[in-house]
Design a protein around this ligand. Structure first.
Ligand SMILES: CC(C)(COP(=O)(O)OP(=O)(O)OC[C@H]1O[C@@H](n2cnc3c(N)ncnc32)[C@H](O)[C@@H]1OP(=O)(O)O)[C@@H](O)C(=O)NCCC(=O)NCCS
Length: 154
């Protein structure tokens, strides 16, 4: 992705190393076991990892982000989070649209998305994109919940 893309009122851009602290600040608002700034900085340096940031205004602080990893023509979404106060504004949809565009551009054919059972927001989002449930990982999460695996043809 070069520059940034705008979907409706959402601006999406590629993350920079200087964004690591903002990413960690969002993640801690969204997950009980959040990734810290050092972990984010590592992802930002890994070849094949794609980190996209969304906000509702140009130059506004990051309000949501995703990290995906691509290998050959397949990719997986590693994390996706939007600040609680900025949800239901289309940020996650815009982030995934930009990811799909970027993966297609580089020859990607399939994106795998994983979600905890009962996470209705993510399930609703993935289904609304046309992703299909293709498998389950029983007891995948530390607290014992199952993971549902979705696949999106690119
Ligand atoms: C899942 C999450 C990323 C969605 O972010 P968001 O920016 O609010 O999502 P969007 O506004 O782009 O919503 C797009 C679509 O997803 C679905 N959706 C989003 N939130 C939903 C909810 N609470 N319940 C049901 N469907 C929902 C809807 O289809 C929605 O479209 P609509 O608003 O036109 O109905 C956000 O709720 C979040 O950060 N949750 C905590 C972290 C998480 O669970 N991440 C995903 C697993 S890694």
């Amino acid at each position: 992705m070069t520059g940034s893309t705008e979907t409706a009122a959402v601006l999406v851009r590629m993350a920079l190393p200087a964004d690591a602290a903002s990413l960690a600040a969002i993640h801690v608002c969204c997950f009980a076991r959040a990734w810290d700034e050092a972990a984010m900085a590592q992802f930002l340096g890994v070849p094949g990892c794609l980190t996209l940031i969304a906000s509702t205004r140009e130059h506004a602080p990051a309000q949501g982000f995703l990290i995906a990893r691509a290998a050959s023509d397949e990719a997986e979404l590693l994390t996706l989070s939007v600040l609680p106060a900025r949800r239901r504004l289309g940020l996650a949809r815009a982030l995934l649209a930009a990811l799909v565009q970027e993966l297609r551009r580089s020859g990607g054919k399939r994106l795998f998305l994983e979600v905890e059972d009962g996470n209705e927001a993510a399930l609703g989002l993935y289904r609304s994109l046309g992703a299909e449930a293709v498998g389950r990982r029983p007891g995948y999460y530390e607290h014992g919940a199952d993971a549902a695996i979705f696949s999106l043809a690119l």
